[in-house]
Design a protein around this ligand. Structure first.
Ligand code: URA
Length: 216
């Protein structure tokens, strides 16, 4: 467990309480923050969250030549695969890929049925993931329905490990994802108070897709 994260209330939930993450999250929550600034803050925050979520990636020793000598030095065994849950997940991609530029990227398109709040899939495209570490990204873990559906799809590809990265989580979403996928750790910037009656995180930041892309 990284020292920079606080674990509440489960050892599989990692709240990244780094001051820069918390500061940027507050700017994103502000209703007056425009899309351009929101995207920039989200990209910066996802870079910081990725730093934490990749902390335990496997390393191997390789023989290299420096300008002075040969030596043995650590490098990643494999780049992780990143899977973005469309469309808001794409707001996190840029920051993730700045830290792990060699990562291959998959997409799952899911929308929430407004009446049932269930996830409905409309698109799926993955790179090879067998035996790899997969980081699934979506800014908002609300009901957990979309995340659980995306993880079902990812698991069918037999990755070695799966981690879930979000900016904000609701306690209901954390509980539901833990129950559907108890083997998947969650990294988030904060766990908010609750979901409202239409499935939005409170206090939250509104609809992440709308905030990123300026739609309503
Ligand atoms: N999705 C969002 O974009 N915001 C929420 O608050 C919940 C789900």
């Amino acid at each position: 467990m990284p020292e920079t994260s606080t674990t509440v209330p489960s050892p599989r939930l990692h709240v990244v309480d780094h001051p820069l993450v918390q500061h940027k999250l507050t700017q994103m929550r502000r209703v007056e923050t425009p899309s351009e600034r929101f995207r920039q803050l989200l990209s910066e925050t996802s870079l910081l969250l990725t730093y934490e979520i990749t902390r335990e990636l496997a390393l191997q020793q390789v023989e290299i030549q420096t300008p002075l000598t040969t030596t043995s030095a650590p490098e990643l065994v494999d780049d992780p695969v990143v899977v973005s849950i469309l469309r808001a997940g794409n707001g996190l991609l840029d920051g993730v890929l700045r830290v792990v530029p060699g990562a291959r990227v998959g997409f799952v398109g899911l929308y929430r049925d407004h009446d049932t709040l269930e996830a409905v899939e409309y698109y799926c495209k993955f790179p090879p993931m067998e035996g790899r570490t997969v980081i699934v990204v979506d800014p908002m873990l609300a009901t957990g329905n979309s995340a659980a559906a995306a993880l079902d799809r990812v698991k069918a590809e037999n990755p070695e490990a799966i981690r879930f990265l979000c900016l904000l989580a609701a306690p209901e979403g954390v509980a539901s994802l833990h129950s559907a996928h108890p083997d998947v750790d969650i990294w988030t910037g904060a766990v908010d108070e609750c979901l409202n009656e239409v499935g939005y995180i409170v206090p939250g930041l509104g609809d992440a897709g709308d905030r990123i892309y300026g739609t309503t």
